[in-house]
Ligand binder design. Sequence first.
Ligand SMILES: Nc1ncnc2c1ncn2[C@@H]1O[C@H](COP(=O)(O)OP(=O)(O)OP(=O)(O)O)[C@@H](O)[C@H]1O
Ligand SMILES: CCCC(=O)O
Length: 360
Amino acid sequence: MSKQSHSILAINPGSTSTKVSLFKDLLPVIETTINHSAEELEVFERVLDQYEFRIKSVISWLDNISPRVTSLDAVVGRGGLLPPLKSGTYAVNGAMLDDIRSPKTREHASNLGALIANEIGSRFNAPVFTVDPVSVDEFEPVARLSGLAGMERKSFSHALNIKAVARRAAESLCKKYQDINLIVGHLGGGISITAHRKGSMVDVSGGMDAGPFSPERCGALPVFDVIDMCYSGIAKEDLKRKLSGKGGMVSYLGTNSGLEIDEKIKAGDKEALLVMQAMAYQIAKEIGSMAPVLNCDVDAIVLTGGIARWQSLVEEIKPRVECLAEFMVFPGENEMLSLAEGSLRVLCGEEVAKEYVNII
Ligand SMILES: Nc1ncnc2c1ncn2[C@@H]1O[C@H](COP(=O)(O)OP(=O)(O)OP(=O)(O)O)[C@@H](O)[C@H]1O
Ligand SMILES: CCCC(=O)O
């Protein structure tokens, strides 16, 4: 290591909160989750419009830390829906900020990560990074074709947590991530089911517009019914919200909370049970669809994310897929630590920060 310890500020904007952690190397010294209510956020038309609001809350938290933070060795923000990128740590630069601000970039709360980190980095004169953005793309050519010329499949996923958990799974198998094949499912507000061949995430299903339904997202839908819905008079932005923030469990049961639904199931609610079982069924089916991607040579099936804490859901999935490979669960997510790890690898010279070039 180049010096005793490094102060790293990690910022992770999510759909309903902004998480901020101050690390000394990989040790979280102080952290907070700043929750943003639906009422606070609904006044903003676009996610980018939330920038001032969110950065003020981060700076006010930072200003109130005692002893006062006077220097930072790096600031790191969760990376958003950028064009396709290789996995790794990127130096935030003007080209990246331009692309995030481009009207062509799809909306996602994580788009704010690099913007907020950049502002704070410039105040502290510290380097600014982003690690494994949502658009990490390691697809093989066959994975790109959707079935309609001109419309490519996209690799959008919870790459930050997925890559970190894939490394942890490899460690518990006493192997290197680069030497094994894994199917990793991140089960959170959104769901990503991913296939990993020898260290590369070669296929992804879910994220925004495919795969299983999730607490807030609809997953894959019958396409002709979607066409009819598009022409039913609903505004484009309302339709996007209906399919992403208000799809999935929310559309059936009016809540995105697995905890709430679990309570309902325990109280004998049959509809809630059916929705949970259907979500588990779709997750298992999608996991199964990744086995042929890996020529049915799979070392482990790994579940992670907040919903992986849901015991009865996991118990619905397990018997459907455990014949394929060892079944492992790493509940919750370690996105803040993964951001710090990615930055530290660069600060310690283990990895060179990748340069982002304008793509949009
Ligand atoms: N013990 C539990 N039982 C059931 N559901 C749970 C449990 N713990 C957390 N959850 C659910 O997990 C979901 C949140 O997961 P997570 O925190 O990974 O999502 P997020 O960070 O909001 O979204 P994303 O992971 O898509 O970025 C919520 O539906 C929450 O109710
Ligand atoms: C696109 C990243 C995953 C998600 O938000 O669903």
